[in-house]
Design a protein around this ligand. Structure first.
Ligand code: HEC
Length: 131
């Protein structure tokens, strides 16, 4: 009988410790997300959020590194050409009218894409260079 009481208390203590750990992990996650949000906001105001909200990432990846759509991070395209493209794409990309995506949002997205580091050249990646 005695033994059973002790083990019940042991389990209760273990549960408390585990819950505390969980609370700490959740708090750390929140802090990390806040930090990432601040970094993105500081470097390119709202650009990252607009990019995500407009779902560009679905085809171009979160960092503009391409997916079903081409790489659009840090390209040489000037803003006017970029804006024209997004308003009237050439092929399968959906068009974004100013009703859906404002001029301001488009500029934010452009700034975001241009603040990203350029993708490395295939020749600089040992696995892809064929060496
Ligand atoms: C449903 C998939 C899809 C979505 C969503 C999408 N794109 Fe595209 N995008 C493409 C494809 C595919 C191309 C290649 C040309 C074509 O099919 O129009 C492209 C081409 C482009 C190009 C031209 C790249 C070049 O070098 O010629 C730009 C710039 C671009 N997209 C920006 C955006 C932005 C900004 C958004 C969000 C506002 C967006 N795209 C959303 C699929 C997409």
């Amino acid at each position: 009988m005695r033994m059973r009481n002790y083990s019940a208390m042991g389990v209760a203590i273990l549960v408390c410790v585990a819950l505390q750990g969980q609370v700490r992990i959740v708090a750390a996650q929140d802090k990390l997300l806040d930090f990432l949000g601040e970094v993105n906001d500081a470097e390119h105001p709202r650009g990252y959020r607009d990019y995500v909200e407009m779902q560009c990432w679905e085809c171009h990846g979160y960092q503009g590194n391409g997916g079903t759509g081409p790489v659009i991070a840090n390209g040489p395209m000037p803003y006017e050409a970029f804006a024209n493209y997004v308003r009237r794409p050439a092929n399968t990309m959906p068009a974004y009218s100013p009703n859906v995506l404002s001029e301001g949002q488009l500029r934010n997205i452009y700034e975001y894409l241009h603040a990203l580091p350029p993708s490395p050249d295939a020749a600089d990646i040992p696995l892809l260079s064929g060496e």
